[in-house]
Design a protein around this ligand. Structure first.
Ligand code: KG4
Ligand code: ZN
Length: 325
């Protein structure tokens, strides 16, 4: 629940990570069923945490896409139901617009625009330019895996569990990140795109060549694995920030944004802060609770869309591939 797009009244997150950990990743069918079970209790808690009643709402914002269609459909249908019954406008929101609005929500005011935003999550790795509030332009994106997906796949390979990012982040602390040199493909056609499937495969080949067995307990991972994941993490972070720097030098933004689940990564946060200082730009990174997927960021982006007059009809459909910018 968000007020004026700038104040979080409540933000209830029902994580399915424990469920998906059993399979080493998200199973779409399982995700959709658990959305169905959890969505009404979560909304009831969000309303009571905020101390609000339905008639007091100005509008209902809902993620239209992109994402897993089963999960999106559950959200869209429930949002329609609430808006229909209570006579409220229904505002469709793009998932990434939510990530892009999270920094402004966190600081309670707009970020200086144009802003250059690196959105890094399990499903996306993109560079956006925010020319003004609510005006997003896609500059570049991954051509294969998202950065978070690479973290998750490398973790799975080593028996580190799901989601992989936080474990790799922890295991890398104090490890030798120079132990291996994993190079990340450079896109040479001039577009500020990314590619992470190569580094994942390089780790796979290394693991096979060295005969490294998956660990039974991530907390007891040997030095060999800690150095390996630290080197992998360094390669991913370097590739992300290299692109961010190149693009900042050509686009000359007034601020930088780092957002999405992978923005929780401590190495990425620290190196991005150093880069921002070098470039003389302010860096906005939402706190972790607003960086990883959450409803408050959708409320913030919903406010922007609401003010721009965006409304959905009762035929609103989920769009798993909804484009932005
Ligand atoms: O934004 P998000 O919560 O969901 C998607 O929209 O995908 O991002 C989830 C992703 C997962 O791939 C997870 O491994 C990654 O964010 N992640 C991290 C860290 N915490 C979460 N990656 C690296 N380091 C972390 N500390
Ligand atoms: Zn996300």
């Amino acid at each position: 629940m968000v007020e004026d797009g700038r104040r979080v009244l409540s933000n209830v997150v029902s994580s399915q990570a424990v469920l998906h950990a059993v399979y080493g990743g998200v199973v779409p069918e399982v995700a959709a069923r658990h959305h169905l079970e959890n969505i009404c209790p979560v909304i009831a808690k969000a309303m009571s945490d905020a101390g609000m009643t339905y008639p007091e709402l100005d509008a209902v914002a809902v993620t239209q896409g992109p994402g897993l269609v089963g999960a999106l459909l559950v959200g869209v249908q429930v949002a329609k139901g609430i808006a229909f019954v209570h006579g409220k406008p229904l505002v469709p929101v793009h998932h990434i617009a939510g990530h892009l609005e999270a920094p402004a929500l966190a600081r309670g005011e707009d970020v200086p625009c144009p802003a250059l935003a690196l959105v890094v999550s399990g499903g996306h790795t993109s560079l956006f330019e925010m020319a003004a509030r609510g005006e997003y332009r896609l500059l570049g994106r991954t051509r294969d895996d998202a950065a978070g997906e690479a973290f998750d796949k490398v973790a799975k390979l080593l028996g580190l569990g799901y989601p992989g990012g936080p474990v790799i982040d922890r295991l890398s602390e104090g490890a030798d990140d120079q132990a291996h040199e994993f190079t990340i493909a450079r896109i040479k056609d001039g577009r500020p795109d990314f590619s992470f499937s190569g580094v994942k495969t390089a780790v796979l080949y290394h693991v096979r060549r060295e005969g490294i067995a998956p660990v039974a307990d991530p907390a007891a991972a040997p030095k060999e694995i800690r150095d390996l994941v630290a080197s992998f993490q360094r390669a991913v972070v370097t590739a992300l920030l290299r692109r961010l720097e190149q693009t900042a030098r050509t686009r000359r933004p007034r601020s930088l944004i780092l957002t999405g689940g992978v923005a929780a990564n401590r190495r990425l946060r620290a190196d991005a802060a150093r880069l921002a200082e070098k470039l003389g730009l302010p860096l906005f990174v939402p706190p972790i609770a607003l960086s990883t997927d959450n409803a408050a960021m959708i409320g913030a982006a919903g406010q922007v869309a609401f003010e721009q007059g965006r409304r959905a009809g009762w035929d609103l459909d989920a769009d798993p591939h909804l484009p932005l910018g």
